[in-house]
Design a binder for this molecule. Sequence first.
Ligand code: PLP
Length: 397
Amino acid sequence: MDRIPISGPWITQKEVDYVSDAAATAWYANHAKYHVRFEKAFAEYVGTKYAVSLPSCTSAIHLSLAALGVGPGDEVIVPDLTWIASSAPISYVGATPVFVDVDEATWCLSAEALEAAITPKTRAVIVVDLYGGMADYDAIRAVARQHGLAVIEDAAEAIGSEYKDRRAGSLGDTGTFSFHGSKTMTTGEGGMLVTDRDDIYERVMVLRDHGRQPGDTMFFNAEVGFKYKMSSLQAALGLAQLERIEELIARKRDIFQWYREELSDEPDMKWNHEPPGVKNTYWMVTLLLPPEWGIPKEALVDQLNRRDVDTRPFFHPLSSIPAYANAPSSTGAKERNPAAYRISPYGINLPCGLNMTRDMVGRVGRAVRESLNVLLPKTPSAMENREIRVNEGENSK
Ligand SMILES: *Cc1c(COP(=O)(O)O)cnc(C)c1O
């Protein structure tokens, strides 16, 4: 049987046509034509004044911090549960990351934990729309406003998600997106920074082009900056994907519903959260096993791997990984961030590429049940509460 991959894009003839056209025509006077169209359409979609196409979301977060003037001696708050790309740029600008706990239901930054972590050195907070879910932005923005903190919204995983009447990416001073091949829409590699603020936009345009003022035709660099740009081919691919965004999101939501249906006989498992007023676009369908079952995510990943199902472990708390072993904020994080340390050990991302069909979800569902049958006998109390529903012979592999 074919291996089921964790994630991947949905590419049609439209994307191929746009990229071919870019390769053939986006040069000379037309070199920026796809950037202009992509950025304009993207800003309109997210609901911000500006969108700047970039090589990655990591660079978008880096530029956000740099444009806000965050640097050595400053602290930046980031949720403990996220991909390292959310936090690594804090080190690029010489500031100090502070890992803060998440909300038990949304898995996103907790407003109370944010407030408790603020010191006189805190300059900014990076809020992450984890796996397509949304934080309690009303509460977070109120805390940020009260303490004069800039808000960077890492919406890498959440294009099209909504909080009340606003789209993901439009809830901070800047919003950042990723178009990595695993994300809901892709340009292969790529990213976007969005903002409503003229001052941030102007600063970003200088910093992303080696310190050149826009329109500088004498190549007389005003300062040392960065080189963060996207190619026309990527912009063409991104424009085609964006024109299909509703279809891509609808498929992501279908895939999530198929899983819920497939594993509806497992009421103790928890899934991505969608509270009232929020639209979750479920970048990664994520399953949390009840901690009382005592099944670590690594064991479930391994069992599913043996059944040719590719999964990912829930992000480890940043404060627990070797990269941050010496970060001041890692000390005592397990006690300070109990929700992050309760959630992370028992969560996995299930295959949710845009190539998934209902049948493939059925195959993953059966593999999950078989895996639990192998793993659960080690916890007798869990067995009592759980009927085993795998047919004889199905778990023989
Ligand atoms: C994918 C991802 C990023 C990084 O995106 P790149 O385009 O690979 O730099 C940042 N933050 C989160 C939460 C992500 O999932």
